[in-house]
Design a protein around this ligand. Sequence first.
Ligand code: 5U1
Length: 745
Amino acid sequence: MTPEERAQWLRAEINRHNYQYYVLDEPLIPDAEYDRLLRELQQLEARHPELITPDSPTQRVGAEPLDAFGEVRHRIPMLSLENAFSEEEVRDFDRRVRERLGTKEEIVYAAEPKLDGLAVSLRYEDGLLVQGATRGDGARGEDVTQNVRTIPSIPLGLLGDGWPRILEVRGEVYMPKSGFLALNERARRAGEKTFANPRNAAAGSLRQLDPRITAGRPLAFFCYGFGEVEGGPLADTHSDSMGRLTAWGLRISPELRRVKGAAGCADYYRRIAGRRDDFDYDIDGVVFKVDRYDQQERLGFVARAPRWAIARKFPAEEEITRVKAVEFQVGRTGAITPVARLEPVFVGGATVSNATLHNMDEIERKDVRVGDTVYVRRAGDVIPEVVRVITGRRPPDAKKVRLPARCPVCGAEIIKPEGEAVARCSGGLYCAAQRRESIKHFASRRAMDIEGLGDKLVDQLVERGIVHDPADLYSLTQEQLAGLERMGDKSAKNLLEALERSKKTTLARFLYALGIREVGEATAAALAAHFKTLDALKAARLDDFIVTGGIKGVGEVTANALCSFLASRPELEVEGDFATWLAGLKIRGLNPEVAGRIARAFGSLEALRAASPRELCHERRSLVEGVGPVIAEHIVAFFHQRHNIEVIDRLIEAGVTWDEEEAQPGQRPLAGLTFVFTGSLSRPRQEIKDRLQALGARVAGSVSKKTDYVVAGEAAGSKLDKARQLGVKVLDEAGLEQLLSGLGA
Ligand code: 5U1
């Protein structure tokens, strides 16, 4: 093979693997193999510069930094989209489309997610990428050719054949969420400025005058439409035209679908919204386009937006409102949480009038004052929070927030230990708020699951002094209940039955229900599995949770250095005091204090010589998964409080029971395995999660090398891709069932 032939072969091979990786998401070779091909081409081109072509994969970064971006006039304007914020608005759009087209037939739409990135136009001439431009004002944008050339998913030359001589594609440059997190983490470690979100990061990265900076940023691209195309459209419909792009190495959304009518649009919106967090990119809605070009043409445009397309946006997750007051709530463990009372505002699909401020440190960090105008965020099911203050709109009488000295509920002193973010009411179970919250927690679905014992009812029971602690619940009578507001005879009877049912539980649930500080469900399950009986846990001391070994202050380096030093010098003898002699050896980390501890522990050089580095090295190992020294202290302290023991005894007297057998490790066959869900499953995720957790599995939100199984439902997203990349085992629901039935579960 001549060098020219080899270079040609390498280029074709590298482009083929780019295509497999970026367009099809099906890499054929490991990254290291790909790097070898690229390196070989680089070396070949360095020896034979005459062989370099503009679309060579080595030519992604090469240009010098610019002083300013040039201007690009878009030959076909880059349009914007009309927005819809409800199903009804999409129905109206669909009706208008049908009226204009004079048809009663269902319209076919091309539907895809709307990426939250930057619109860009790419121009290919004779198959070569000649220009990349931002949208700008739609008519003129900035020339970012050198920067888009650095984006790996943008081909420098089109693959295959059959492409038009001039092909302009439009789409979105974005930063994957995973890349954004890694980029910010790097910036944080280097003490540099971080980006607020992936969109800002993508914009900041693409608009760099030095393409080498852009090249270092994890950007990606999806096509969603066309600009100039010589010879006219590539097919009769938008979706078919898009389909042709992939063969040429251009990436389109894997979620692109044809849907029928407004009902099809609504269904598509729901499915994508439900999977929003599964995608490795931010989306802010979905886009529907009339699929047939002849229909698009008849519909035309209004101002800068086509009449044949609409974006159904997700409800805004951030809105602006005013802080009317800041109040302090007392939680189950006495934690004091500042809550902002807000002018009601519609955000994330609901009206929000309260938002958490987390703790005093957060208030100070964000400098939130009463009277301030703030951004409030409500995303998914997460509790609304105050994100930041618009200081420019601060009124002169805005008031600073101060932590009260006393609990607003019981008047006990509020304590905020030095260095801790959380302040706590010191009233313990004398504080009605703590009692109320701990009873609500005890009754909650994932704890004792007392059906019908809602928050309002608990409030009444505590306020009227009928219930002081969880054990009181089991001596409630029909008469006591019937006297409460909104409680008829039937509801009272139902509640008593629910209380009776709740008595049969599991040790894990019972431990969780007790509300021990920092003992969540997973820790409660681990405690139940480890100690097996409540009595064993009650009797446990700190060293039943944590093993401590070696000498405090001795790390691995010091332990190894000391042992190998002594081994290499068998002739050495102690002169004078053992500790002083040890410190005098000048071994790293062996200061007089540590030397003193070693000397006291071993007593003689002979004994020390016989020790292994492991015996010296200080270690603290948890015996129960998730229970470190702090949680262990909380647990021990909890079972040392007389009041708690009394409540537990009364609960057991009242008939609360569990089968201690079920806490046996043999019943936790999935212990140590991590599962991740993706896509839509036939049953609620929580239900499957409960089942797996009960068998000892961990259920995580994202895929990593530590994931053992990814359970993929219909229309699985990027987590499935990641699983495949990492070689993680993928199960569909039937596969999961098979796995579980194999365990006899
Ligand atoms: N996915 C997608 N995003 N997006 C943005 N499609 C899409 N189409 C657009 C825009 C501005 O405009 C076309 C309707 C021309």
